[in-house]
Design a protein around this ligand. Structure first.
Ligand code: BT5
Length: 262
């Protein structure tokens, strides 16, 4: 069932104390909530505006990939931010959002959701959600759109992602209401965003580290046509993944696809 305005109004009221509790704008179906949020930013929407949809026809992942967004079962929303951060700290927004989401999940369900750099939310090793941050530098209002997709009550997935995707329902046999998740995630996003703006990136990184299982383990990192093999050591202050390569060299990567070598 599409989102009910009265339920969203209730969340908005609960969040009224937040300095940026902007409007939550709900749709039944959109192309992509990120694209809609970008349009709203262009038109001058205030920081904290949230666009949510029951389903997306062209939900986006990174690098032109698509995000499967069937109705009624997943949480798909985007947040408009206008951060005053140095350019090299912008990637930390993705990490901050990942922490906000994983902690909201684990607060509600005491689940063992974990993070995989840079933008994956995993449950029992499968992909439960993802984050797509897009920076807008041209146009009248620069900003960053944080898009969040989370699988809540799907009982199956299309064949091409069936092996890698999962939902709260599949993993736990139950699921919280999407409204409850939304409310908790927005609250966390607000808290961690303030922390980031106060230049306390260390606190975000320490929460990120507490919620991952990929540090200290052997990984493969694919980037373009190259694959690097090594041990994932840590994140640096710019949100890059520091890898101790098998060659002995240590490199900090700002993007890539990681698989764990077990
Ligand atoms: C992501 O990309 O993980 C970012 C996903 C962000 C989606 C949200 S929904 C609200 C907002 N509006 C948008 O248009 N997007 C954002 P990436 O790391 O590139 O992962 C994409 C890959 O995950 C795909 O190529 C598939 O293999 C897989 N995938 C697609 N749909 C999935 C799903 N529902 N659950 C799990 N995996 C999925």
């Amino acid at each position: 069932m599409p989102y009910l305005q009265e339920e969203l109004d209730a969340i908005q009221n609960q969040l009224q104390t937040l300095p940026w509790a902007g409007e939550i704008i709900a749709y039944d179906q959109v192309d992509s909530t990120n694209d809609l949020a970008k349009n709203l930013l262009f038109q001058g929407a205030p920081e904290g505006t949230v666009v949510i949809a029951d389903s997306q026809t062209r939900g986006k992942g990174r690098l032109g990939r698509s995000w499967y967004s069937e109705p009624d079962t997943g949480l798909y929303f985007s947040l408009v931010l206008k951060p005053t951060l140095a350019q090299d700290h912008i990637p930390n927004l993705t990490l901050m959002a990942a922490v906000a989401v994983v902690e909201a999940l684990n607060q509600i369900n005491s689940q063992n959701a974990t993070l995989k750099w840079p933008n994956d939310i995993l449950l029992n090793g499968r992909k439960l959600g993802g984050i797509l941050s897009e920076q807008v530098v041209d146009g009248p209002h620069p900003g960053v759109i944080i898009g969040i997709g989370l699988n809540v009550s799907q009982d199956r997935f299309p064949e091409d992602i069936a092996e890698l995707a999962t939902s709260l329902l599949i993993e736990t046999g139950t699921h919280p209401a999407r409204y409850e998740l939304l409310s908790n995630i927005i609250r966390n996003l607000h808290n961690y965003y303030q922390i980031l703006l106060e230049d306390n990136v260390g606190l975000i990184l320490s929460h990120w580290r507490q919620n991952t299982r990929m540090l200290g383990v052997p990984i493969l990192l694919r980037r373009g046509h190259q694959t690097h093999s090594g041990i994932a050591m840590d994140l640096d202050d710019c949100g890059r993944l520091v890898v101790h390569l098998d060659s002995g060299e240590e490199l900090a990567f700002d993007s890539g696809e990681v698989t764990l070598r077990q």
